[in-house]
Design a protein around this ligand. Structure first.
Ligand SMILES: [Zn+2]
Length: 369
């Protein structure tokens, strides 16, 4: 949505001047830039073109429609959200910015806690629930379209690893600018240097790849997501140095080596997902005898090598939507996933203090840049 409050804090991403606004158009009195409100969000992407762009703009990454509706915070997403709430403590009176909000699902999960929230992302794949209930803007993390000190809290989940060193520096400078003094930035990301226990993750990934070769799981989406990783941070001292340059101090850190969560999500759930997809494909084939009569088998509808198969994609999408609906209704599957989420938190209890790649950190703005 686009509230009056959002309109009061946005500024020109090009020159940072306050806008003249009318109905659904924003005009910059300083540089003459025009921006508009679109379908439930403000389009405040800077007019200047950046050579470096994320694959998150890529339509194929969103073809499975994961973003369209918001599921409850379960499994590793549930663990991440639990840590966000614990570290950042969003509460009524807070002004919170989600940097790289994606579908906006975390904003939706935070809603009951009562803060004023804004979500910003570079791509417009926002969930319906987020469009309906949270202020959203399309923009670039390196040119935040908000006035100085507009927020007292912000968070960036799975964002740092997608940025180059330069872009990360620019983003941190911008985050520091839009936060008020002593403002907090919660981060979930990873550094390149892993502890020994991360070997366990490699073993899980090897097992997952073996299962994929056997046709039992599908990791293509996972691969596409990770293909965008730039991993700009070497280790934790490097993190401290980079955030320090933008005026932040690491106030609190907890490491996250998801051995338990990785096994549950990359092995157990992928097997379940594949099984549900196959079942959906079989059902679709049974309901469409005309298609079967033409000799087209489900999942082989003329897609060339490397191309997404529309039938398979549609089946995958339908089974995922059905599964999400089932989870949202509660009942045994929801209960099971809830229990698995609790079990996943073991990763924090058992090795949360072992310094390794992935981390949750609370940064505090100590000084203006
Ligand atoms: Zn301007």
């Amino acid at each position: 949505m686009v509230s009056v409050r959002l309109l009061s804090i946005v500024c020109c991403p090009g020159c940072r001047a306050a806008f003249h606004s009318s109905d659904d158009a924003l005009e910059c009195p300083s540089c003459g830039g025009h921006y508009r409100a679109r379908d439930g969000f403000l389009d405040l992407r800077p007019r200047e073109r950046f050579s470096e762009q994320t694959k998150y703009l890529d339509e194929t990454l969103h073809a499975d429609a994961r973003h369209e509706t918001v599921s409850p915070p379960l499994l590793s997403a549930g663990v991440r959200h639990h840590m966000l709430v614990r570290f950042l403590q969003p509460a009524p009176g807070d002004r919170v910015l989600d940097l790289g909000c994606g579908s906006g699902r975390v904003l939706v999960w935070n809603q009951p806690l009562g803060p004023y929230q804004v979500g910003l992302d570079v791509s417009p794949f926002f969930a319906a629930e987020a469009r309906a209930s949270v202020d959203l803007a399309l923009g670039d993390l390196r040119r935040l379209p908000f006035a100085d000190c507009s927020f007292n809290k912000a968070y960036a989940l799975d964002v740092f690893e997608h940025l180059s060193r330069d872009a990360l520096g620019q983003m941190l400078d911008e985050a520091s600018r839009i936060l008020e003094p002593a403002g907090q930035l919660f981060v979930y990301s990873h550094v390149r240097k892993n502890a020994r226990i991360a070997l366990g993750l490699r073993a899980i990934n090897r097992l997952a790849r073996g299962l994929e070769r056997a046709g039992l799981v599908d990791l293509s989406q996972e691969r596409l997501r990770k293909s965008d990783h730039v991993n700009p941070l070497a280790d934790i001292p490097d993190l401290e140095q980079v955030v320090g340059q933008a005026g932040f101090r690491v106030a609190h850190i907890r490491y996250y080596t998801p051995l338990v969560a990785g096994f549950i999500e990359n092995i157990l759930l992928r097997l379940g997902e594949r099984w549900l997809t196959r079942r959906a494909q079989r059902k679709a084939a049974a309901q469409a005898p005309a298609i079967a009569a033409t000799g087209r088998t489900p999942g082989a509808a003329g897609a060339g090598p490397g191309q997404a198969d529309p039938d398979a994609q549609e089946a995958s999408r339908a089974s995922r939507a059905a599964f999400k609906a089932r989870v949202a209704r509660g009942g045994p599957i929801y209960f099971l996933l809830h229990v698995l989420t609790w079990i996943s938190r073991l990763d924090l209890v058992l090795w949360g203090r072992v310094r390794s790649g992935p981390f949750f950190a609370l940064l505090v703005k100590e000084r203006a840049r």
